[in-house]
Design a binder for this molecule. Sequence first.
Ligand code: GP9
Ligand code: MN
Length: 678
Amino acid sequence: MKKIKDKIKSLKNFDFKKYYKENKLMLIFILVSLINAMLLRFLTIKNYFDIQPILCDLAFLIIISSFSHLIKPKNRFKYFLTLSILISIICIINSMYYTNYLSYASVSLLATSLQIVDVADAVYENVMEIKDFCYIWQVIAIIFAYISIKKKENNTIQNRNKNGFFNTLIFGFVVLGIFVISLSPTDIGRITKQWNRDYIVSKYGIYTYQLSDAIFSVTPKITSMFGYDKNYKEFRDYYNEKQPSQPNKYTNIFEGKNVLVIHAESIQQFTMETSFNGEEVTPNLNKLASEGMYFSNFYAQESVGTSSDSEFTFNTSLLPATSGTVAINYWDREYLTIQKLLKQKDYYTFSMHANNCTFWNRNLLHQQFGYDKFYCHTNDYKIDEDDIIGLGLSDKSFFEQSVEKIQKINDEHNNWYGTLIMLTNHTPFSGIVGHTDYEVDYKYEDIDEETGERVIKSAPYLEGTVMGNYIKSVHYADEAIGQLIEDMDENGLLENTVVVIYGDHDAKIKKSEYERFYNYDYKTDSVLSPDEPGYIEMDDIDYELNRKVPLIIWTKNMDSKYKTEVTEVMGMYDVLPTLGNMLNISSSYSLGTDIFSTENNVVVFPDASWITNDIYYNSQTNEAFSINRKENNINFSQSLDYIEKINKIVEQKIMVSNAIEIYDLIKQASIDNSVKVN
Ligand code: GP9
Ligand code: MN
C-alpha cells in the first residue's frame, strides 16, 4: 500500500521535460506507428479520426514501448527498429489483403490466401498497388530520428530504467482503461468472435486486431495437438454403432432434380402465424408451406457463428464448434457435404450472396463445402445505391439478378444445386422503413364522435418499434421470395427443381419487444401489466421455444401424397439425412436423422441444451421443462433417468462434432480407410 502511495506521490512530481528528453525515440516511434495505423484505416475502411481505435492503438503502442526501458539504451534503437519493421509489414500485408479481399488479413487465412492468389493474377490484376507500400516510411523515419537524436545529444543514461518502465506501463493501462469504458457489449462480443474484421479494426485498431487474431488463430492449432487418440476412438465408436436410416415413402422421390436452397435471413416461424389487420406477414411462405412439406417445429442449432453455423449444419449434419466458429477456425477441415455428395452425381453447385465475399470467410468456406462457384458482391452483382436496404443489396434486386445467372447455369448443366443467401432481413431491421407499405398498426372500427358514423381508426401498436420493423422486414423478404418463385417459373426453371427454404436463426429480438406484441391494448394505446386480465406472459423458456424457424421443401405441383405438415421437433442437422433421402444421397458422418424415419427425435443445441417433442432441457440451469408445461406438467422425478440418458447422447454428439472439426477426423478416416482397402 505504502509503495503504491509513494508511486502516486512520485507521479505528482513527474518531470515531463526530463521524460520527453530521455524517451524521444520511443515517443517518435509511438507517433509514427499511430499515424501508420490511422493511414491504414483511412485507405481501407475510410475510418478517419474515430477516437476509439486511436485510443486502443495508443494504449497498445505505449504498453509495448514501455518494455524498451528494460533494455539497455544502446540497444533500444534496435528494439524500435524491429517493431517498426514489423508494424510496416503488418500494415502492408493488411493493405494488400484489403485491396484484394475487402477485408483484413488473418493469421489463420494467410497461408491459404497466398496460395489462392494465382501468380498470373498477381501480375495482370494488380494484386499489389503502390499505396500498399506507403507504410514503409515508418522505418525510414525511425532511422532518421535515431541519427539526429544521436548527433544532437550525448545521452548519459546507460542503465536499464525500471522506474521508466513502470511509469510508462501504468500510463498505457490508464489509456487502455479509458478505451475499455467506451466499449459497448457488441464491441466486446465481436472481438471474441473475430469474423467481422472490418468492425474490429474500426473499433480496436489494426494492432489489437492483429494480436487478437493471432491468439484466436493459434489456439485451435494448439488444442488439436492434444487428445487426438481419445477423440478418434470416440468418433469411430460413434459411427460404428450408428444405425443406418430406414427407407420411407420419401426415399428417392426427388432423385435427379435440381435443388434451389433459400437461406432466409433471420426469419422466425412465428411470423408465419402472424397477421396484421387481416393481412398475413408471410403470405408467400404460407402458400408454399401449404403446397409442399412444411416442418413447423424446426430449430436452427446455431452458435456464435450464426449464419455461417446454419449453413454449415445444413450442409454437413454436424454441429457448430463449441469454441470459435467453423467458418473462421475450422473451415479448412474436410467435411462431407450435400454439395460434395451431389457432385458425385454430376451436379453443378453454386452459391450466391450479394454481401462482401469474405463475410464469414465464405470465399474460402464455400470452396471447402464443395461449391463450384460463389457469386458474390460487386464481383457478380450490380449494387446501385438505390437498391441498397440495410446491410447491402436488397433481396428483390439480388433475386432478380440471380435468376439471370441461374438461367445460364440451367442452360449449361443437366443438374444443379444452388444456395441463395438473403440479406435484407438482417438486424437491426430499421433499414426497411420506407421500403414497404405493410402496416403494423392496429385498425379497429369506431363511431366518429362528431358525425356518429362508423369509421376505421388506427392505434400505433408496433409502428416504430424493433418488433414492428422486423415484421415489416420479414414481409419484404416474403415478397422477395414470392417474386423469385414467380420469376423462376416464368423462366421455366421450376419444372425439375426442388425449392428448400430455411430460416437461418432467430432474429434475436429482446423479450421486452414481445411484451408489447402480445399485450397491446389498442383502447388505451398501452401495454397490459402482468396483473391485468388477458396478460400473456413470455418467460425465458417461452422465448427459447419461440426461436423456431421455418423449413419448407416445395416443388411445383407436388403430388398430394407428399404434402404434409411435420410437427415433430426437428433441427438443422436433420436436413441432410431428410432431404438426402429424397435425393438419394447420404452422409455416413451425419449427426442428425431422417425425420420421416425417426421417432422421438432429439434436437441438440451447441451449448448442450436440447429439445424433444415433450421436453426442453436447459443445460445452463440444468432444468427440464415440459413443452406444454402450462397445460401439462409432467412428473420429472420419473423422467430423471430419461433426461440423464438423453444428456449422454447429447454430449456424445457434441464431442464427435467437435472432434471432427478440431482434429480433421473425416480426412483421417478416409486416409485410414483407403489404407485398409489397399
Ligand atoms: C451476411 C449475412 C449475415 O453476409 O450472412 O450473417 P449473420 O450476421 O446473420 O451471421
Ligand atoms: Mn444470419
